[in-house]
Write a protein that binds this ligand. Structure first.
Ligand code: MN
Length: 240
């Protein structure tokens, strides 16, 4: 339709649109725009077992909304409707080049960088959802549930496939795993996921957590660290 002469043709939204969520880029003033956040369930054998599952299931995915992102160092409000907020330390893959049906051998070419992640989880709501066969969305995708550190470009850190991944609460180590313990490697995860959806630049993949998940309380400081990617501390705020 041709707009009437003199009419302002700029898009006007009836409510404020989402501003593009973004992550810091390590060592730069630039930002990494966040498009979607895919998360792999049960990707470390010992964690799969601690959650009562077989460790040879194919990978499965859930998502968090892009605007659930908060940066490492920011306070995560203790979310409503839970008595069992859990931390999950994760390696996060930042996709730079999209694609469908990406072959495993080419998968790493699609990665722009890597970041630290903490997949905050309302474990009690997740347990109910599992039992009732309901979706995990509100157990996993609540406000401020995706704690993410700066993106480290592949040019700087390469493709971390081994090395320590740890979390601690108030200085006490809770998870102490190694990236090499992932059941499905980063290239395998990208290959699987791109068979299901077309990956796009800005997509993030949280690659699962090692054993040792547990509870956070208001006032706790939760630290996530991965060898080569530094560490981030998340203070847990009061119940909101
Ligand atoms: Mn997770």
């Amino acid at each position: 339709m041709v707009p009437p002469k003199g009419k302002d043709t700029r898009m006007s939204f009836v409510v404020p649109p989402l501003e593009t969520p973004s992550l810091a880029v390590a060592g730069s003033e630039d930002r990494f725009p966040v498009r979607r956040i895919f998360c792999v369930g049960r990707n470390y054998a010992a964690h799969a077992r601690e959650m009562g599952n077989d460790d040879r299931e194919p990978p499965f995915f859930f998502t968090k909304p892009a605007d659930a992102v908060i940066a490492g160092g920011e306070t995560a409000p203790y979310p409503p409707q839970t008595e069992d907020l859990h931390y999950e330390a994760e390696l996060v893959v930042a996709i730079g080049t999209g694609g469908r049906d990406i072959p495993e051998a080419q998968a790493l070419e699609h990665v722009w960088g890597y970041a630290l992640g903490n997949d905050l989880t309302r474990r009690d709501l997740q347990a109910v959802a599992k039992k009732m066969g309901r979706p995990w969305d509100l157990a996993k995708g609540f406000d401020s549930s995706a704690v993410l550190g700066p993106v480290h470009p592949v040019a700087e850190v390469g493709h971390p496939a081994r090395g320590s991944i740890r979390s601690s609460v108030n200085g006490e180590v809770r998870q102490d795993g190694d990236l090499s313990e992932m059941i499905w490697s980063v290239p395998e995860v990208i290959a699987f996921l791109s068979q299901s959806v077309a990956l796009r630049p800005g997509d993030l993949v949280m690659t699962g957590t090692p054993a040792g998940v547990g509870k956070l309380e208001p006032g706790d400081d939760c630290t996530v660290e991965i060898e080569g990617l530094g560490r981030m501390v998340t203070p847990i705020g009061p119940r909101s």
